[in-house]
Write a protein that binds this ligand. Structure first.
Ligand code: SF4
Ligand code: SF4
Length: 319
């Protein structure tokens, strides 16, 4: 990994990004909901240590943290956001909201959120056309898509206007909706051959690979064509740990201990679809359905992580 360097060109875009991308979702209102100052302090800590890449989405509600964290920052910072917009009009609103709420004249990367396949991409043609127009005007730096699907990566790879692909990948293949980790690696390699900028999500499988983070991170960041991995981080220790691993260094025993011994709990995302698979899977009776959503009894949950492997929408995380 060190052979590839900690800062890497993102495909054919004009951006060079740190191999560690700060996934801002974790500090925001849908997860830890940190007070603004606390969240900003963590983002700034990452910046001070050399992280220049931040990933968010309109739906995460984290623009205020980013705005505040970047105030007065002069170094180049690459912010990526995403929107579920399907039409040009909706995407225009999304781009304007991002520019205004993050106080950025240009959003470096703007992605179509969760594209499943070529058909999904066709259904978002209006939104994509607006992003291309916004790029022409300098409102957006580069255009891409995020996906949990191998077919989504393949669709992006085949599409000349898509410059950046943000796929779900961990070496166990957890959360990949339409195939195995090996098949996702093949699709990522195809995207690399097509010159796409690639950065990964869910490399630690939503916290479930946090007992072996160094292995999971190294395997992901070492894939050919991968410029960065987006990781949600909630403490300075986690930032230091991930930075050390991605720089090819050995984290100190104290750092290792603090990352592995922090208190953990199961978090259920708002996008749970209430299918009930996790309820059946939990060996400890900690999950049930209420009003069409999974709910957890933390007093029964042993944070074993068995449930997350059966959730097709990656709505379960140990945080
Ligand atoms: S498996 Fe996932 S989508 Fe289904 S009920 Fe559980 S958390 Fe919700
Ligand atoms: S983490 Fe383990 S104990 Fe907790 S709800 Fe999931 S399966 Fe049950």
């Amino acid at each position: 990994m060190t052979a590839m360097g900690f800062y890497r060109r993102l495909g054919k875009t004009k951006y060079t990004v740190s191999a560690l991308c700060y996934g801002v979702l974790t500090i925001g209102p849908t997860q830890r909901d940190l007070p603004l100052a606390e969240g900003v302090s963590l983002l700034r800590y990452g910046l001070e240590l050399g992280v220049n890449f931040f990933d968010t989405a309109e739906i995460y509600g984290t623009y205020p943290y980013i705005r505040q964290a970047l105030k007065g920052v002069t170094q180049e910072v690459v912010v990526s956001t995403k929107s579920y917009a399907t039409t040009a009009e909706e995407m225009k609103r999304s781009v304007e909201k991002a520019r205004k709420e993050m106080d950025l004249p240009t959003i470096p990367l703007f992605l179509l959120h969760e594209q499943e396949s070529e058909a999904t991409l066709r259904g978002h043609r209006g939104a994509l056309d607006y992003l291309l127009e916004a790029k022409e005007k300098g409102l957006v730096g580069a255009v891409g898509l995020s996906t949990h699907h191998i077919a989504g990566v393949r669709a992006g790879a085949a599409h000349p206007e898509i410059e950046v692909i943000h796929p779900l990948y961990n070496y166990k293949g957890w959360g990949i909706r339409d195939g195995t980790a090996a098949e996702m690696r093949e699709a990522i390699d195809l995207a690399r051959q097509m010159g796409k900028g690639i950065y990964l999500m869910k490399t630690l499988a939503g916290g479930h690979l946090s007992t072996e983070p160094a292995t999971a991170l190294s395997k992901a960041a070492g894939l050919p064509g991968v410029s960065s991995v987006a990781i949600g981080m909630q403490s300075e220790a986690e930032i230091c740990y991930n930075l050390a691993v991605l720089k090819g260094e050995t984290p100190s025993p104290d750092l290792e201990k603090s990352v592995r011994t922090r208190s953990r709990c199961l978090h259920i995302e708002f996008w749970c679809e209430g299918c009930g698979r996790c309820v059946e899977r939990c060996p400890f009776g900690a999950l049930s359905l209420s009003n069409g959503k999974a709910v957890v009894r933390h007093d029964l949950c042993l944070t074993c992580g068995y449930c997350s492997g059966v959730c097709e929408v990656m709505a379960l995380k140990i945080i």
